[in-house]
Design a protein around this ligand. Structure first.
Ligand code: NAP
Length: 680
């Protein structure tokens, strides 16, 4: 193994359009493994109020010129550019104490989160500047006054204060949803590992992909940053509960009702089901997962397993199996590729972890402690396994977080008791239960859920594809109640919405439609001589409408459809049985026959700009159709979303099928792909 000579960098902050050093001599940041200086950091004398104003004015304005899809595509391009540079980040990441595997979570996991948000936003959000949420609420009998929830980007800035353990992922998983929402960001990484974040921000800005003002960086102490927030800003904090609670009470945050989201530490638990014996695959899976969670990133993970909750009879077997795995670890400088566990982030962290182990020892006996066994210049610590004999009465083992490779084994006698033990963490990011018994899974998960943001069930079937206890995923909630901070950082498009204001807009349907860019039922439609299916996206307008001719449904039609499809359900085929049914007065037409006849009425058959029908949404049958009823259709272009990267786009049509009495029979959205251009 060779120690790589490192150039000591003076970290700078990127604020108000320029890279700026602090005014004082910087505090040295040391390589976690070698103790050699890596960088110095200082933020004194920087004008943070000016930076916030600059971000809001410049970055916000530029971002809001774009649609959700444009911003999402911008992130995809950025993620690709960062992936091309990943080796640069891996090299820098070693100094934080991360092995290559640890670095993968931080670097590629972070970039992957950006990719995931980009594609999710383009699939689940419209290519517009306003996000329409939920259905239109009818607020009047005559359909002249309606309501609709819309979300628009906040006009402020997102301040992201991050923890030291994920200098890349911590930044990327937060800026992705904020930028998609259209809100500029100012990132404040934890000082200890800020050199890696700084390097990545330099690369991000050098690509020129983000508009000026969209991303700023503060390296060093936060100073008076949070004192300047407004009610349009968002502050997200990831770190220790103590700092988070202090920030939450900041005067400006309280006075302006600034959105504040906190992801704090938590004492995550893993439960071994009472059904599992050492011979079952779930036993090995459990032990493997616990060992991994205790040692990945040397246990410096917010989701790491701290409490290992095991049936009383299995305590010894689990302890021995864990010990075997800990004994196989190679602890050392992560630049050596035989090393499987690196050091903690700093010598201070080693001291901190030692102090917390001492706290835990008040209630738990030491079962084993692997030697760190490497140079005293580095921040090395070996895994520590404790055992708490009476965890229901204990407090410290459920509340003291040793942010390192430390876990406490605790016995339980019933599932109910195991669940109660997980609750004693007072709210955690994640818990897992390893069982192959559906009854145990149900009891444990429903019992633990109110105290957790995520619960993972491990068993033999999911083992080959499971993403594991410790991995927050972009599409699922990351955050937990109570002690864990009460925030929800990730969770699909939900986290994009954290950066937008939800507003209930009320008014006449056609004016609501003008606001949302959607045609709303009750608005006038526009009919002309051309069938709307003959119009490309260049010509089609929201509100273009077709009212079809009519078709009478006969008993022959119903019987023909029944025989042809095989759907001979009694309500279509047997008059007496249909009459006994509480909803029908006699034989009724199939719902799918109505939908098929509707298509027959509204479709224009010739080759044209409508390329495909890819589904229907919200299909409802409202009035039964009997033989002799006459159907007609009103089809209206409701929403038009051209794709940026294709020569077609989606068109959503409102399809209203009614009978001879003008009663609505069925209503649904028809989803089509339509060419952007088509020769006349
Ligand atoms: P920390 O000491 O609370 O620091 C977190 C962040 O807050 C750092 O950027 C820190 O900056 C900043 N900070 C400190 N004082 C501040 C103030 N007065 N005003 C504004 N910002 C301030 O936590 P840490 O030691 O970096 O992180 C370890 C903890 O984070 C662990 O407890 C872990 O469980 C938790 N964590 C939670 C999650 C999660 O998702 N829930 C993820 C990772 C870590 P400086 O570094 O410059 O002081």
């Amino acid at each position: 193994m060779t120690a790589h000579p490192q150039k000591v960098r003076v970290l700078e902050s990127y604020l108000a359009g320029a890279w700026r050093p602090g005014k004082a001599d910087g505090k040295p940041l040391l390589d976690a493994a070698t103790g050699a200086p890596v960088a110095t950091i200082d933020a004194s004398g920087l004008d943070l109020a000016e930076a916030l104003t600059w971000g809001r004015d410049k970055g916000g304005k530029e971002l809001r010129k774009m649609t959700y899809h444009e911003r999402a595509l911008m992130l995809k391009t950025l993620a690709q550019a960062l992936m091309d540079k990943k080796e640069l980040f891996y090299q820098e990441s070693f100094a934080t104490g991360a092995t290559r595997k640890d670095g993968w979570i931080d670097i590629e996991g972070g970039i992957g989160t950006m990719f995931a948000y980009s594609s999710k936003a383009r699939r689940e959000m419209p290519n517009t500047k306003v996000f329409v949420e939920g259905a239109v609420e009818l607020l009047s009998r005559d359909n002249s006054f309606s309501g609709q929830h819309v979300l628009t980007p906040l006009r402020g800035i997102a301040i992201h204060i991050n923890a030291f353990n994920f200098p890349c992922w911590g930044m990327l998983e937060k800026i992705a949803p904020a930028l998609i929402a259209g809100v500029p960001c100012l990132v404040k990484p934890a000082s200890q590992t800020a050199y890696l974040t700084e390097l990545m921000v330099r690369e991000i800005l050098a690509t020129g992909i983000l508009p000026e003002g969209a991303l700023q960086l503060l390296c060093g102490s936060a100073g008076d940053l949070v004192d300047h927030v407004t009610g349009q800003d968002v502050v997200t904090f990831t770190g220790s509960a103590a700092t988070g609670q202090m920030l939450r009470q900041n005067r400006a945050i309280v006075q302006n009702s600034t959105r504040f989201s906190m992801e704090a530490d938590s004492l995550n638990a893993a439960v071994l089901g009472p059904d599992v014996t050492p011979e079952d695959p779930e036993f090995d899976l459990f032990v493997k997962e616990v060992a991994r969670e205790v040692t990945v990133k040397a246990g410096q993970k917010c989701t790491a397993i701290r409490r290992v909750i095991v049936p009383r009879k299995s305590i010894e077997a689990v302890s021995e199996a864990l010990q075997k795995r800990f004994d196989r670890l190679v602890i050392g400088d992560p630049r050596d590729d035989t090393v499987t566990m690196g050091p903690l982030a700093s010598r201070d962290q080693v001291t901190e972890v030692e102090d917390r182990i001492a706290d835990l020892k008040a209630e738990a006996e030491l079962l084993s402690r692997n030697p760190a066994g490497v140079s005293s210049d580095g921040a090395f610590a070996g895994p520590v396994l404790l055992h708490c004999a009476d965890p229901l009465k204990a407090e410290a083992v459920h509340s003291v977080e040793a942010f390192g490779p430390v876990a406490t084994l605790m016995p339980y006698d019933t599932v109910d008791e195991a669940v109660e033990l997980t609750h004693k963490g007072k709210g955690s990011l994640v818990a897992s239960v390893f069982t192959n018994d559906p009854g145990v899974a149900e009891e444990a998960v429903l019992g633990m859920a109110p105290f957790h943001g995520r619960v993972m069930i491990g068993n033999r079937m999911s083992a080959r594809s499971s993403t594991g206890h410790g991995s927050p995923l972009p599409m699922l909630v990351h955050g937990g109640p109570g002690r864990a901070g009460g925030g929800e950082e990730l969770g699909g498009i939900r986290s994009v919405k954290h950066y937008m204001q939800r507003t209930a807009v009320q008014g006449a349907p056609h004016l609501l439609g003008a606001v949302t860019g959607r045609w709303i039922s009750g608005s006038p439609g526009r009919q002309d001589t051309r069938h709307p299916f003959r119009k490309s996206l260049a010509e089609l307008k929201i509100g273009d409408q077709l009212v079809t001719g009519s078709r009478t449904v006969s008993l022959d039609d119903i019987e023909h459809f029944a025989e042809f499809t095989g759907d001979t359900f009694y309500a279509h085929m047997n008059q007496e049985a249909a009459e006994r049914n509480p909803f029908f007065e006699g034989r009724v037409a199939h719902g799918y026959l109505i939908v098929s006849f509707a298509a027959g009425l509204f479709v224009d058959p010739d080759e044209g700009p409508v390329l495909a029908n890819y589904g229907v949404d919200n299909l409802r049958f409202m009035t039964p159709v009997n033989a002799g009823d006459t159907l007609k259709v009103q089809l209206t272009a409701k929403e038009i979303s051209p794709r940026i990267t294709a020569d077609y786009g989606e068109v959503r049509w409102d399809c209203l099928v009614s009978n001879q009495k003008d009663e609505p029979v069925a209503q649904y959205d028809v989803l089509t792909l339509v060419a952007k251009d088509w020769p006349a």
